[in-house]
Ligand binder design. Structure first.
Ligand SMILES: NC(=O)c1ccc[n+]([C@@H]2O[C@H](COP(=O)([O-])OP(=O)(O)OC[C@H]3O[C@@H](n4cnc5c(N)ncnc54)[C@H](OP(=O)(O)O)[C@@H]3O)[C@@H](O)[C@H]2O)c1
Length: 375
């Protein structure tokens, strides 16, 4: 099982989201023609960031979801309720009327459901953006892979569960992409993000690191400083999605950041800079870690073997289409600031991935002992 399979607020005020993002403003008209955007989802992580940015650009939003997750978000936004699965409850009934310039499909997990929504909406929308994932690629991933790399396949393409350890997630995403493209040929943008990170992230994966460095002391850090790492700040991704809508861009894009190769050591330096001054990384090499059971570190993946290509996806096509990246240090600082606020307010979104303090201390002690024994 690989890392990619194992892992995978409302934050700033609208105005500050626009100002802080500062991404595409140089490449899009200052006052874009207002677009009507339907977001299938909108209440998780990427949806709220996209809505904030789109609203700040003057666009009109409709959300479609079950009304289960954070129903109080965006009181002024049009909300349609139903289920992606036409077999469940009212299904897609709420989408039977209405016209939109673009759909952003954030909740595409099963191809039958994507086919249903894209098929239903095709006559009434111009553009369909489907949020897929780099997990849609076949594993092991090639190094420096482009959008033309082979896609994951499933033994049973009709399967409708994620499987053990989300084993079906990638293959299902690939099929979801194809379902959208089939329903809206030439009008689809397929977006394949790597780790989406930043304020409001409910996964606790990236957030683990700024919070751990803020706590200080000796910190177990996996791998080597030269290992590659790819992340994309949710606000940069959100701004780019809006940019694609403003331009009517279609195509298939890896949405991984940043623009130049980020070394894990540089990201660790950013964690240090934003964290407690007494934080001290203790580097634990990948080959030693591979022998340890029951300890996992989020985000990082060994730059070797099956995961060598995992953090090396090329993003030239997305950059050419306007994707821009804020400095990693800004993401780190903002994530920490958000976490501290949320810790008090919204317990559910403060769960952190990563080892416990006991596991970490035990690992550091064992590694030191092994290094001593080795001489
Ligand atoms: N996080 C990452 O690192 C990462 C990396 C690569 C790709 N992605 C992809 O990014 C996308 C964005 O996810 P997000 O959660 O941040 O999006 P979002 O637009 O913020 O929220 C998605 C919302 O969809 C709604 N939903 C889920 N199942 C539904 C159903 N059956 N019918 C109707 N509504 C449904 C849920 O609201 P209700 O509960 O109210 O229905 C959920 O809150 C996902 O497709 C994910 O696979 C994420």
């Amino acid at each position: 099982m690989t890392v990619s399979r194992r892992e995978f607020l409302q934050w700033s005020a609208t105005a500050s989201a626009l100002a802080a993002t500062g991404c595409n403003l140089s490449t899009v008209p200052t006052k874009p023609a207002p677009k009507r955007i339907l977001i299938l989802g909108g209440t998780g992580f990427l949806g709220p960031a996209t809505i904030e940015f789109a609203q700040a650009r003057g666009h009109q939003i409709t959300m479609f979801n079950r009304g289960k997750t954070r129903p109080d978000l965006f009181p002024g936004v049009e909300k349609l309720h139903g289920d992606r699965d036409p077999k469940k409850g009212e299904g897609l009934k709420a989408l039977e009327t209405g016209t939109w310039d673009a759909v952003i499909d954030n909740s595409a997990y099963y191809p039958r459901m994507v086919a249903a929504s894209a098929g239903l909406l095709a006559p009434r929308v111009k553009q369909y953006l489907i949020i897929s994932s780099i997990s849609a690629y076949k594993e092991p991933n090639p190094e420096n892979g482009t959008e033309d790399a082979p896609l994951a396949t499933l033994a049973d393409p009709a399967v409708e569960d994620m499987g053990k350890d989300y084993a079906n997630y990638g293959g299902l995403k690939a099929l979801c992409e194809q379902a959208a493209q089939k329903a809206m040929p030439g009008r689809t943008a397929v977006i394949r993000p790597g780790y989406i990170v930043g304020p409001d992230d409910p996964s606790g994966r990236f957030t683990y690191w700024p919070v751990r460095f803020d706590k200080g002391g000796e910190i177990a850090v996996p791998g080597a400083a030269t290992d590659p790492v790819e992340i994309i700040d949710v606000r940069d991704l959100a701004a780019w999605l809006v940019h694609l809508v403003e331009r009517g861009t279609v195509g298939t894009f890896n949405a991984c950041g940043p623009d130049t190769r980020l070394a894990w050591g540089s990201l660790v330096a950013a964690f240090q800079k934003a964290g407690n001054p007494n934080a001290k990384p203790v580097w634990i090499p990948a080959d030693y870690l591979a022998q340890q059971k029951d300890i996992e570190f989020p985000i990082w993946a060994p730059y070797a073997g099956e995961t060598k290509g995992f953090h090396t996806w090329r993003n030239d096509r997305a950059v050419k289409a306007g994707l821009r990246f804020r400095p990693a240090l800004d993401t780190v600082k903002d994530t920490l600031a958000w976490y501290k606020l949320q810790e008090k307010a919204e317990k559910g979104r403060t769960k952190l991935a990563g080892p416990s303090a006991e596991q970490e201390a035990k690992l550091i002690a064992a590694w030191r002992e092994a290094a001593r024994a080795k001489g």
